[in-house]
Each structure stands twice: as structure tokens, then as C-alpha cells.
Design a protein. Structure first.
Length: 259
């Protein structure tokens, strides 16, 4: 088997962060609107964090999503979550420069709890950049790659993909189904470090392409399957039944490989 060169780590073996360079000017008005919209006290937002392609600076207007992590001051109740969902939809509707806006939501006590260090601490420290409010990433030291972090981030992959499967199966329209297939493909690809890092925890992939490249070097026989899901993660077009059949097969294989 060929040796995999470490990716996504610095010379000392720490995971690279997304950085804090200038954001792409095409997305500046959107981010200003996001911060202004989420800043009212009644929303209870402690910090707004950007991750994904816009955070890395390689997003494409009209093609990329806007991925946001919201940390709230207190645990949210159902009415607040509904309010935030309506806010998300409103932002999405008035900003065609992104295809979708996602909110991942947590709260301060959850983020700072020691038992969530490998999940929330790692996520904010290395995958996010704070664009408004309190930056809780300063509470954490840098992380080195580990399978424990992969488990903290994606140990729920089988359950999460089973949920996507149900939603795809019952999607009422083709655009809704294709959007869900795209999201499921991304979740599957991002879960692959559960296997690749079990053998070598010297790398940490950031982009979907890095996830696929690292995984295929570990499991070359899965190249065609990974190419399918990478394509669907970028340009979803598969019909429902073929997609679900491939999803079922790949998830079952991953579960068996985990032992």
C-alpha cells in the first residue's frame, strides 16, 4: 500500500485551521446581513461562526452554501429554534449568491463542557472562524488529528444517514430530493475519517476532495463508490432508487469495517 502524505496538518502535527485572511468580497454583503440579523438580544446568540468553503475562501457565488455555527448563550427552547429557522429561511431567500444557508446550533455550556472538547472545541478551533460575538475558540489549545475526534464529529453517521434515507424516500419534489441527496453525500464523505484515521492519524482532511483522496488511498477498491458520492455532493442528479441502493451498501460496509 502506498504511503499517504500527511494533509491538513502543520510541521508540528497540529491540524491546520481555516485561517483569518480576508473573506471573499462577493460574500461580504451576505455576511454583514447575517451578523446584523442575528445580533438582536432576543435571539440569544453569543457567537456566529463561519465554516466550509466561504470560511476557507474557495466558495463559488451561486454554487456554494453558506455554513454557519451559532452558539447561543443558553439552551434553546422550541419557540426560539422555530424563530431561528424562520430567520434562516428569510436570509436564504434574499441571498441568491448562495444556494443554501445552514445553521448548526449549540450553546455556551455545551461548547465549553470538558466532555465535548473533541467535538465542539475542535470544531470551533480548527474548522470555524468567528465573524460576530464571542469567540469561544480561544478557550481551546490546538488539536492533533485523532480517531477520537473523528468519532466525536461523525460517530452518529449511520443514524444520521438513516434519517437522510427516510427523508429522501419521502421527498415530495425532485429539487427537495436532490438537495437531500447532496447533503447525505457530504455527510457520508465527512464520516470516512472514522476508517482512514483508524490506520493513520497523521492527517486531517478539510475539503470533500481531501476526504476522498485520503480514503481512496486507504481503500482503493472503494474508488468508484467514492467518486459517485463526491459527484452527488457537488452536482446531485441520481434517481432516488439507485442513490438509496448505493447509500445502503456503503453505510453497511462502513459499519462492518468499524467492527
Amino acid at each position: 500500500m502506498s504511503t499517504v502524505q500527511p494533509t491538513g496538518v502543520d510541521a508540528d502535527g497540529y491540524v491546520l485551521s481555516v485561517g483569518d485572511g480576508p473573506l471573499q468580497p462577493e460574500f461580504q454583503p451576505l455576511l454583514e446581513d447575517v451578523c446584523l440579523t442575528l445580533s438582536p438580544v432576543e435571539l440569544g446568540v453569543d457567537g456566529v461562526y463561519l465554516y466550509g468553503s466561504v470560511a476557507r475562501g474557495d466558495a463559488s457565488p451561486g454554487i456554494s452554501d453558506l455554513d454557519l455555527t451559532l452558539v447561543l448563550r443558553e439552551p434553546p427552547d422550541a419557540p426560539l429554534l422555530e424563530h431561528l429557522e424562520q430567520t434562516r429561511l428569510t436570509l436564504e431567500q434574499r441571498h441568491p449568491e448562495v444556494t443554501k444557508i445552514d445553521f448548526d446550533i449549540g450553546h455556551r455550556a455545551q461548547v465549553l463542557a470538558p466532555e465535548h472538547k473533541n467535538r465542539w472545541g475542535f470544531w470551533l478551533k480548527h474548522h470555524c472562524r468567528c465573524v460576530w460575538g464571542n469567540d469561544l475558540a480561544v478557550h481551546f489549545e490546538r488539536f492533533r488529528p485523532s480517531r477520537d475526534i473523528a468519532l466525536a464529529l461523525n460517530g452518529d453517521f449511520a443514524q444520521a444517514l438513516a434519517t437522510y434515507r427516510t427523508r429522501i424516500e419521502h421527498a415530495a419534489t425532485a429539487p427537495e430530493r436532490l438537495r437531500l441527496e447532496r447533503e447525505a453525500s457530504r455527510k457520508l464523505i465527512r464520516a470516512t475519517p472514522l476508517l482512514s484515521l483508524a490506520q493513520d492519524a497523521s492527517s486531517w482532511p478539510h475539503t470533500l476532495e481531501e476526504h476522498v483522496a485520503l480514503f481512496v488511498q486507504r481503500y482503493p477498491a472503494m474508488r468508484i463508490q467514492m467518486a459517485f458520492f463526491l459527484f452527488e455532493a457537488r452536482n446531485p442528479s441520481a434517481e432516488r432508487e439507485p442513490f438509496l441502493a448505493r447509500l445502503d451498501t456503503f453505510v453497511a460496509w462502513m459499519v462492518s469495517e468499524q467492527g
